[in-house]
Design a protein around this ligand. Structure first.
Ligand code: ADP
Length: 495
């Protein structure tokens, strides 16, 4: 066992803050390895030390292995936490950390290679007879072979980049006439986005739910699952709302899926926190992939189980976390997380950048906020536009939904547009409330941008009029507004 005294954080935003908080509680110092665009952020203000490792461009900073390792060593760190995204699932980064004498807070580079790589994970699962989505992940990448395989699998088929992630690099083949073009463009895009043109094929499941299991292997390698999350509410294959536990699982399904999740983790000699993802359709479940890192939606698991996954990761990395065989883990109540993005929901989600004005997250029992930016900070176009995660817990799912709606309604974010109105619409939707939603929920019910409330358009007109008048030195604010329809009464009616 080697006591960790200083953790370098190879990440940014809310996850960097999350890691800082866990370290503080364990009496560990932190070093934020940041780009020069991230000085005005909460993590920068909270970290014990900060080291600039490069410019805003991710390839030169957050994705630069050498810069991160040199920064960690220069700061005298003895461990590195990669957070999620960026280098968190990069086996070479984990290996370089190990070689440089830095403890990588996560699984070994070998486990990342075995389980994090989508193709090698499938091979491992196949050998162990675990349930996979029918597909093709062979080495022969000629378009003719791929076309024959598409026919064998049967349409619809999804083409995925072997090195892809984050919901990117997928093409859906619905008719054979489009197959050749879609395969070729998937290969081209995979090459330019992920550096490898290798693709694989899967049967596309039309009515699937996304269910995942949190797994955790302690310092001795003992694997347990920490129950499930449902993440079927996705836009363009990216999760927006997540919950624990899933409203869709029977006890029997939960037990069987949990067993498969633990089996695959043990086969990969896993250590630390990871997620085993499944698709569930018509009562059948299929392994989708393993994420060899902490997950964005980890707080909902923490809320229903009363645990701290980041502290568990750190303690496991220093060899001092062992599950007590007498521990009984039973999830209690229901937890929901909403990802709040800086984007305009009335314009189909176009990103919204700028300086944050007043930001207020309403306090209340079992409401939790994970955020990396506060009033006065700037949301730039360099990185992911997520401003915060809002997490609630309540006794059961209907109450948790109501609490989330109230919490979002009472949240204030000035300075940029947010998707909060969009989240509220989703939470109010009968299909979401029934718990029956599939991964196609958003494309089915929210394909169009939200309709802007009439009041907004009216206020915008008045604001433009006022601005024009002020600029031209003309009428005052009061006289520029038609007194018979006061904007203020109309505005408040709309709230
Ligand atoms: P990534 O690693 O980019 O997140 P995943 O393979 O985990 O990609 O898939 C992300 C999402 O895409 C899934 O949650 C699901 O909604 C959809 N998806 C992926 N594969 C399939 C499939 N074979 N059938 C139906 N939907 C799929």
């Amino acid at each position: 066992m080697k006591q960790i005294r200083r953790v370098a954080i190879a990440n940014r935003g809310e996850v960097a803050v999350r890691i800082i908080r866990a370290c503080e509680e364990l009496g560990i110092e932190t070093v934020l390895l940041h780009s020069d665009a991230d000085i005005q952020t909460r993590a920068y203000r909270l970290a014990t030390k900060t080291i600039c490792i490069g410019p805003a461009t991710t390839a030169l900073s957050y994705l630069n292995i050498e810069a991160n390792i040199n920064g960690a060593l220069a700061a005298g760190a003895d461990a590195v936490h990669p957070g999620f995204g960026f280098l968190s699932e990069n086996a070479d980064f984990a290996e370089q950390c190990e070689k440089a004498g830095l403890i990588f807070i996560g699984p070994s580079s070998d486990a990342i290679r075995k389980l994090g790589d989508k193709v090698s994970f499938k091979n491992l699962a196949k050998k162990a007879n675990l349930p996979l989505i029918p597909g093709y992940e062979g080495e022969n990448q000629s378009v003719d072979v791929l076309l024959t395989e598409v026919e064998k699998i049967g349409l619809p088929v999804i083409v995925k980049a072997a090195a892809g992630g984050g919901g990117r690099g997928m093409k859906l083949i619905r008719v054979m006439a489009d197959a050749k073009d879609l395969i070729e463009s998937a290969q081209r895009e995979a090459k330019s986005a992920f550096g490898s043109s290798t693709v694989f094929l899967e049967k596309y499941l039309e009515q699937a739910k996304h269910i995942e299991f949190q797994i955790f292997a302690d310092s001795t390698g003992h694997v347990v699952h920490l129950f499930d999350r449902e993440c079927s509410v996705q836009r363009r294959h990216q999760k927006i709302i997540e919950e624990a536990t899933s409203p869709s699982l029977t006890d029997d399904l939960r037990r069987r899926m949990g067993e498969v999740a633990c089996t695959i983790a043990a086969l990969g000699k896993y250590k630390s926190a990871g997620t085993v993802e499944f698709l569930l359709q018509d009562g059948q479940f299929y392994l989708l992939e393993v994420n060899t890192r902490l997950q964005v939606e980890h707080p909902v698991t923490e809320e229903v189980l009363g645990i701290d996954l980041v502290k568990m990761q750190i303690l496991t990395a220093q060899g001092s976390f062992v599950f007590d065989s007498k521990d009984v883990r039973i999830p209690r109540g229901h937890s929901i997380e909403c990802r709040v993005y800086a984007e305009n929901p009335y314009l189909g989600g176009v990103p919204s950048t700028g300086k944050l004005g007043l930001v207020q997250w309403p306090e209340g029992p079992r409401r939790r906020y994970e955020y990396g930016f506060e009033s006065g900070d700037t949301i730039t176009s360099h990185y992911d536009p997520m401003i915060a995660k809002v997490i609630v817990w309540d006794e059961n799912r209907p109450r948790a939904i109501q609490k989330m709606i109230r919490t979002l309604k009472d949240s204030t974010v000035f300075g940029v547009d947010t998707n909060i109105p969009y989240l509220i619409e989703i939470l109010n939707h009968p299909e979401f409330q029934s718990g029956k939603m599939t991964t196609r929920f958003i494309e089915t019910y929210f394909a169009e941008a939200l309709k802007a409330p009439a009041e907004d358009a009216q206020i915008k007109k008045w604001a433009q009029q006022i601005y024009k008048n002020l600029k031209s030195g003309g009428a005052t604010v009061a006289s520029s507004v038609n007194e018979s329809i006061s904007p203020w009464s109309s505005f408040w009616r709309g709230v």
